[in-house]
Design a protein around this ligand. Structure first.
Ligand code: CUA
Length: 177
């Protein structure tokens, strides 16, 4: 029920001006173009992460991460192990309140399967200054295949609010030549 009922009851069947019709057709065609671009770009665009997800548990995941750290630790830095895993290997990153552990050292031009999982609750992996963002959940092993194409020091920030230490939850990835 309308507060003020329309005086012209058949409002949807008014004659339409040619200009308006042209714009409606243009907008409709553009909508179709955008719709099919979404599908096309999902496959052809370079922006998509190559990611997979598996079920795990914090215990299983921590065991794998610890094994890689033990085998390939090269030094310590501010209380964190720096791990230089073999090129092409699986690399494990642990997210927990409130740290990214360990520090990774990767080689430029080599491809790695970077795993990430949380030991407690949800965190967000955000690689700076590149634009890679992944939700990191407990119980899921998120795997991103990446090939660093730039040497340098990259920061990881947590972009999912995870409590009082959220803003201090930062990590590091080195890419060496
Ligand atoms: Cu972890 Cu915010």
């Amino acid at each position: 029920m309308a507060i003020t009922p329309p005086t012209v009851r058949i409002w949807w069947k008014e004659p339409i001006a040619k200009v308006e019709l042209i714009w409606i057709v243009i907008a409709f065609i553009w909508g179709l173009v955008m719709f099919f671009m979404m599908i096309y770009w999902h496959g052809a665009g370079q922006q998509n992460l190559s990611n997979e997800a598996y079920k795990t548990t914090p215990e299983q995941y921590a065991a794998k991460a610890n094994a890689v750290v033990e085998a390939h630790k090269v030094r310590d830095e501010a209380g964190y192990p720096v791990v230089h895993p073999p090129a092409g290997s699986d690399v494990y990153l642990i997210a927990r309140l409130w740290q990214w552990w360990p520090i990774l050292e990767l080689e430029k031009g080599q491809t790695y399967r970077v795993h990430m999982s949380s030991m407690d609750w949800q965190h967000g992996f955000s690689l700076q200054p590149t634009n890679i963002n992944i939700s990191v959940h407990p119980g899921y092993d998120m795997v991103v295949t990446m090939t660093p194409d730039q040497a340098g020091e990259f920061g990881i920030v947590c972009n999912e609010f995870c409590g009082i230490g959220h803003h201090m939850m930062i990590g590091k990835i080195y890419v060496v030549e």
